[in-house]
Design a protein around this ligand. Sequence first.
Ligand code: SAM
Ligand code: DTB
Ligand code: SF4
Length: 336
Amino acid sequence: MTAPRTDWTRDEIAALFDLPFTELVFRAATVHRERFAADEVQLSTLLSIKTGGCAEDCGYCSQSASANSGVEATKLMDVQAVLQSAAQAKDNGSSRFCMGAAWRNPKDRDMPAIIEMVKGVRGMGLETCMTLGMLEPHQAQQLAEAGLDYYNHNIDTSPEKYAEIITTRTMDDRLDTLAQVRKAGINVCSGGIVGMGETRDDRVGVLHTLATLPSHPQSVPINALVPVKGTVLGDMLADPPLAKIDDVEFVRTVAVARITMPASMVRLSAGRESMSDAAQALCFMAGANSIFTGDRLLTAPNAGDDKDGALFARLGLKPMVAEEPRGCKLLREAAE
Ligand code: SAM
Ligand code: DTB
Ligand code: SF4
């Protein structure tokens, strides 16, 4: 099998988007089957370990201090409470536990508790993921030493559209953190959001940026904007001209992510709650092979385990069993 390409051009990616829908989905499904079992979907569960009051002004986010979403700001959760929640996620069949904090960046004084959370969750045999905002090199190193498996840091949109959505940081800031995470040897989780009023060319741009990184993110979440009242983008969606992303265009985005980043896990992420079973089935057909389970994302509602159980039964899908997580491998090697 050939190694994934990191030299995609924007024109090549645009040409994929332009394919007839059935041809695009067929190609993505073929690529999917070369490396994965097409009936297996990896399950991740999210927990907001520090909610709201964030200093960044991301126009989509309920947790920005600039939003008027009614989300209450909390302190960093207690380690034991996080571990309890992880145990419940494991009982519900999840293989990865993703902890998110509404921070521009973690402070050094927060790191000891964060490290305890990573160690505790990986000690349960779950893969660990953290999303804490921008990282300094020494913080990425600390997380790597704690055995963190994945760091989520989305680039969200195209380089051209970035400043329209977020003014408190740049795309280059985001790319710098991704480089620190890669350098520390932690797996990268990075994707984007569609349905923010972007053009097809912006969707090409976000996938081009991800697919031409020095190595592809191991996980690529494709989020559909969850419109939250009191956020810039949520309010724009409530009051046209900004319309919800079209299902067919969403599936095209998933398919192009699968074709351009064939070895990555492509996650059908936020926005599933408002998608029909048929639209989600098309996403799985187009190569999506991961979802967030549970009835909550970070602050927004998610489909929930009962609904997902029914969906999996209806589509004949099964949860993917994780290979030995990076963190557990480190634990085992240390014991040997
Ligand atoms: N503060 C950290 C950061 O921004 O990296 C971590 C948490 S932040 C909420 C994680 C990601 O959630 C964002 O990068 C964005 O892609 C996604 N997200 C946030 N609000 C969203 C929404 N309303 N709809 C879809 N995705 C959203
Ligand atoms: C990702 O790409 N999507 C998740 C996770 N990574 C951190 C977050 C979705 C957040 C949806 C809005 C909310 O719950 O507030
Ligand atoms: Fe803060 Fe992350 Fe929300 Fe942006 S997306 S406002 S950085 S919590």
